[in-house]
Design a protein around this ligand. Structure first.
Ligand code: PEP
Length: 255
């Protein structure tokens, strides 16, 4: 089964409106460099509209994604953003359960699961993040930790929803540290995740799920990751803030 590669830029809480516009225009103008790879830009919520409008003005096939959302449709949730609000701004994707959300904002697998279901119900494609800490890896618990997160975050999804969902394997020790997992370390966990998805739904469904790697992906390490059979793209933090780097990564996956 050939899965369409997907490279998403998680801008986190960076840039200002002018820089967001500039970066979007630079990426949109060069989208052809990504070949068949799907590109997604995930700016801060405040710049979704600007980034969406910039993409629309260039008529390029870059997709828009949120970095987080609430699981409820509306109501007294000060400071939160509802799924339909993201959709309204033109989002196709939403990152959920990023390790920074899990660690700094207390998001549990149950919370990520509720958000994942709400995203799918609203018509958004969730990018569900999982990954072990350094301490968990060093104590030999990577498989258990990742399997628990996958089971918990994706619990109860019907196969038709599961096959649309994107999973991002992001070892916490590799995020923003410059320490990338080796292609073999990443492939091993990706294969484990796909095997688990097979037991949750069916091997045919698991075969359709795109699994991104995230953690210090740069243009110079992307090619070795891209040739692994179960790595279907990248979720990129730091390197997504520079058009050359982001497109260099996309190119590695798009060739
Ligand atoms: C991320 O935060 O999703 C990420 C992978 O960050 P970085 O690429 O900077 O390691």
């Amino acid at each position: 089964m050939s899965r369409r590669k997907i490279v998403a830029g998680n801008w986190k809480m960076n840039l200002d409106r002018a820089k967001a516009k500039e970066l979007t225009a630079a990426v949109a103008a060069r989208v052809a460099e990504a070949g068949a790879t799907e590109l997604v830009l995930c700016p801060p919520a405040t710049y979704l509209e600007t980034v969406g409008a910039t993409i629309a003005a260039t008529k390029s096939a870059v997709a828009l994604g949120g970095q987080n959302m609430h699981d409820k449709a509306s109501g007294a949730f000060t400071g939160e953003v509802a799924p339909a609000m993201l959709l309204d701004l033109g989002c196709r994707y939403v990152i959920l359960g990023h390790s920074e959300r899990r660690t700094l904002f207390g998001e549990t697998d149950a919370i990520v699961n509720a958000k994942t279901k709400a995203a799918l119900a609203a018509g958004l494609i969730p990018i569900v993040c999982v990954g072990e800490t350094l301490e968990e890896r060093e104590s030999g618990r990577t498989s258990d930790v990742v399997a628990t997160q996958v089971r918990g975050s994706l619990a109860g999804l019907p196969p038709a929803d599961l096959e649309k969902t994107v999973v991002a394997y992001e070892p916490v020790w590799a995020i923003g540290t410059g320490k990338v997992a080796t292609p073999q370390q990443a492939q091993e966990v990706h294969a484990l995740i796909r095997g688990l998805l097979g037991t949750l739904a069916s091997p045919a469904v698991a075969d359709k799920v795109r699994i991104q790697y995230g953690g210090s992906v740069k243009p110079d390490n992307a090619a070795d990751l891209a040739i692994q059979p179960d790595i279907d793209g990248a979720l990129v933090g730091g390197a997504s803030l520079k058009a050359d780097d982001f497109l260099g990564i996309a190119k590695a996956f798009g060739g």
